[in-house]
Design a protein around this ligand. Structure first.
Ligand code: NAD
Length: 278
């Protein structure tokens, strides 16, 4: 099995629709032991969702805006397992006034909160858990690709994701000597609670399905399974020399400039054929 005997810390499980839930489920099927994290009010929801996993994993406390939670998380893992092989960072949040076409009016306090939860938290999580990786391993974060483009409505979350990609590279630089690989997986749109908080998500979802050469459906088992599978590969020993990388799992959307042209439009636009031509 791909992850036989691996000890994995998985953040970001909220509901059974969470990307992290699918990763946790598949990782267990592939032989991994799993610990989850949650915090505050969402904790009871995470605990309910954890019951759908087998065996039911323990849920440790981690609010990424609380600096005291990181050393406590380290100690809790050390006490339970003594060590770690992998971490999934699947945490993001931006206040409403930092999204949805409010780029020019978003206040610093909201941008700061989005950056702290969605970007700086990767550094905090990596720094807290790195001492537990006694045989190297993998840290994976979930991204929505913002390396070269600006998206409609994504606004400051897009800036946070661009920062997340840069954070991945700096962590890869600093943790490589411990054989810890740090990579980002850029997923296409998946219909989760976080996605519903992005105004205009439905528009993006429909467009994605038309443009991705392999196809994409934000509500299908196939798309979320593709994200979970690739995350598990990145956490496994099967990409041993890949770090600081952005791996896209998006049906190939990013490689194509625009939606395909409707053949009916193409036919209507074609010049009439010269009857004398061969
Ligand atoms: N859904 C998509 O279309 C999509 C696409 C690409 C990338 N992603 C990324 O995947 C990751 C997981 O999101 P999801 O779509 O599964 O949604 P989700 O809502 O299920 O997960 C988001 C998680 O962030 C956690 N979180 C928020 N604030 C936190 C805090 N202060 N401390 C600790 N945890 C906190 C929530 O509890 C939740 O578990 C996010 O980074 C998201 O940006 C999602």
């Amino acid at each position: 099995m791909l992850l036989q005997g691996k000890k994995l810390l998985i953040t970001g499980v909220l509901t059974p629709a969470s990307i992290a839930f699918h990763v946790a489920k598949l990782a267990q099927q592939e032989g991994a032991e799993v610990l989850l994290t949650s915090f505050g009010r969402p904790m009871s929801l995470t605990q309910r969702t954890a019951k759908k996993l087998s065996p039911v994993p323990e849920v440790l406390e981690l609010d990424v805006t609380n600096p005291a939670h990181f050393p406590a998380l380290h100690d809790a893992i050390k006490q339970r397992w003594g060590r770690l092989d992998g971490v999934l960072h699947a945490v993001a949040f931006a206040p409403e006034d930092a999204l949805g076409g409010k780029f020019l009016t978003a206040p610093w306090e909201s941008v700061m909160q989005a950056f702290r939860v969605s970007t700086f938290s990767l550094k905090e999580l990596a720094a807290a858990t790195a001492p537990l990786f006694d045989k190297g391993g993998g840290i994976v974060t979930l991204d929505f690709d913002n390396s070269t483009t600006a998206w409609p409505l994504y606004d400051w979350m897009g800036v946070c994701k661009a920062g997340l990609e840069a954070t991945v590279r700096y962590l890869a630089r600093d943790l490589g000597s411990k054989q810890i690989r740090v990579n980002a997986l850029a997923a296409g749109p998946i219909a989760t609670i976080a996605a519903k908080g992005i105004p205009g998500f439905k528009h993006l979802e429909d467009k994605w399905g038309r443009q991705a050469p392999l196809g994409w459906d934000a509500r299908s088992e196939a798309s979320i399974a593709a994200v979970a599978r690739t995350t598990c590969v990145l956490l496994s020993d099967w990409m041993p020399s890949t770090t600081g990388e952005l791996v896209r799992v998006d049906g190939g959307y990013h490689a194509i400039g625009a939606e395909p042209v409707d053949p009916a439009i193409l036919a209507a636009a074609a010049p009439a054929k010269d009857p004398g031509a061969a």
